[in-house]
Design a protein around this ligand. Structure first.
Ligand code: FAD
Ligand code: UDP
Length: 365
């Protein structure tokens, strides 16, 4: 038998492609080097709690088609992400909004908040923010920057805020209303029962081989297939011939605690530099869990080396230039298509990964 598609990587990109191709009557074989499906959205049960093994994942989108699509495979709950930030013995709501400002300055109205920010940045004279520090200062003033941004950002990225691009901080909403919702999207939630079950449903009818590395597989296999959808690292595919792309990684330290409620919220950020982790995730709160125990994950930012999990592409000038060289090779391939955050070397939210996979299915199917 011959497969129409060999799909490398059982993450959301590979699963979306597999679902659409199978629906159109194509035979697909999906392989992954890990021992499980789901890629980075994989969840695993510990003490009856769905633990987000590769980092907390909150589904949010403004695209109705994408929302209807994921709701075919899971029931999404009404979770709304509202992290809190701890700075020394002070606690603030995120994202930056009137709850944050009223606690910080003991004020009540949006006008008062704007006046405080204005007076704090008047002497700084920032016209056209050139880096993250200037961008953050011009948006929220010195107090919020010093307490909630500077330490967190510098430990997360391992470099000075002055050496980071302004756009990173523009991802966060800034509101002069009392609204703690971390996202501006129309739809948001967590799939009840975890993401793994959702991906399992997407992969019905598709053959799967786990613990199978593509590069070993191609050396040994006599399985036949027409086309390859590759969602691994693009530089690895080409044996790093133009150099290695860089990533930022995170090390997750999980603990099971003998308490039913450790921190009262799914996400608590630790914004001072001296605390070595950036945040603590308490997984049960994503699904309003009532289990007797709890599971928490501390996130420690780590400088990435080959062999570690490549979580976030570092899209600086050097890496973009290298990626363009690999992309030029990829564009010349006849039967290999690169997708997903590693194949396209881009940070994608989950909804954007689904859209990117659809683009490919539309072109191919
Ligand atoms: P992946 O999920 O990484 O899948 C790629 C798969 O390919 C992996 O399973 C890997 O094992 C496999 N693979 C690689 N190389 C090989 C090989 N040589 N042979 C065989 N298999 C191989 N998005 C949101 O919308 N909301 C969030 O809250 C959110 N939080 C995030 C938190 C973190 C810490 C990170 C890193 C990302 C977050 N994201 C979030 C983004 C989300 O994880 C991605 O959009 C999505 O997982 C990307 O899917 P993918 O299929 O492209 O990649
Ligand atoms: N950020 C911050 N303080 C916080 C949370 C976020 O300064 O308490 C900054 C930080 O620079 C971070 C960026 O905002 O990299 C984007 O935050 P987000 O929560 O989107 O980061 P991610 O979940 O992608 O790691």
């Amino acid at each position: 038998m011959k497969y129409d598609y060999l799909i490398v990587g059982a993450g959301l990109f590979g699963a979306t492609f597999a679902y659409e191709a199978t629906k159109k009557g194509k035979k697909c074989l999906l392989i992954d080097k890990r021992s499980h499906i789901g890629g980075n959205v994989y969840t695993e049960q510990i003490e009856g709690i769905n633990v987000h093994k590769y980092g907390a994942h909150i589904f949010h989108t403004s695209n109705k088609e994408v929302w209807d699509f994921v709701n075919r495979f899971a029931t999404f709950n009404h979770y709304v992400n509202s992290p809190v930030a701890v700075y020394k013995d002070e606690l603030y709501n995120l994202p930056f909004n009137m709850n944050t400002f009223s606690k910080m300055w003991n004020i009540k109205t949006p006008q008062q908040a704007r006046d405080v920010i204005k007076s704090q940045i008047a002497s700084l004279n920032i016209k056209d923010p050139k880096n993250l520090e200037e961008q953050a200062l011009s948006l929220v003033g010195t107090d919020v920057y010093e307490k909630l941004i500077k330490g967190y950002t510098e430990k997360q990225w391992g470099r000075d805020s002055k050496d980071l691009p302004a756009f990173i901080i523009k991802r966060l909403p800034l509101r002069f209303t009392y609204d703690n919702n971390y996202f501006n999207d129309r739809y948001q939630g967590i799939p009840e029962g975890g993401y793994t079950q959702m991906i399992e449903k997407m992969l019905e009818g598709c053959d799967i081989q786990l613990e199978t590395d593509y590069f070993e597989f191609v050396k040994q296999t006599n399985i036949q297939y027409d086309k390859v959808i590759y969602t691994g690292m693009i530089d690895e595919y080409y044996q790093f011939k133009y150099g290695r792309l860089e990533y930022r990684t995170v090390s997750f330290e999980n603990e099971v605690l003998d308490t039913d409620n450790f921190q009262g919220n799914a996400v608590v950020n630790y914004t001072e530099r001296e605390v070595p982790y950036t945040r603590i995730i308490e997984h049960k709160h994503f699904e309003f869990g009532t289990q007797p125990k709890t599971v928490i994950s501390k996130e420690y930012p780590v400088e990435w080396k080959y062999g570690m999990e490549p979580y976030y592409p570092i899209n600086n000038e050097r890496n973009i230039a290298i990626y363009q060289q690999y992309k030029a090779l990829a564009d010349q391939e006849e039967n290999v298509y690169f997708g997903g955050r590693l194949g396209m070397y881009q940070y994608f939210d989950m909804d954007k990964v689904i859209l990117a996979a659809w683009q490919l299915t539309q072109a191919l199917l």
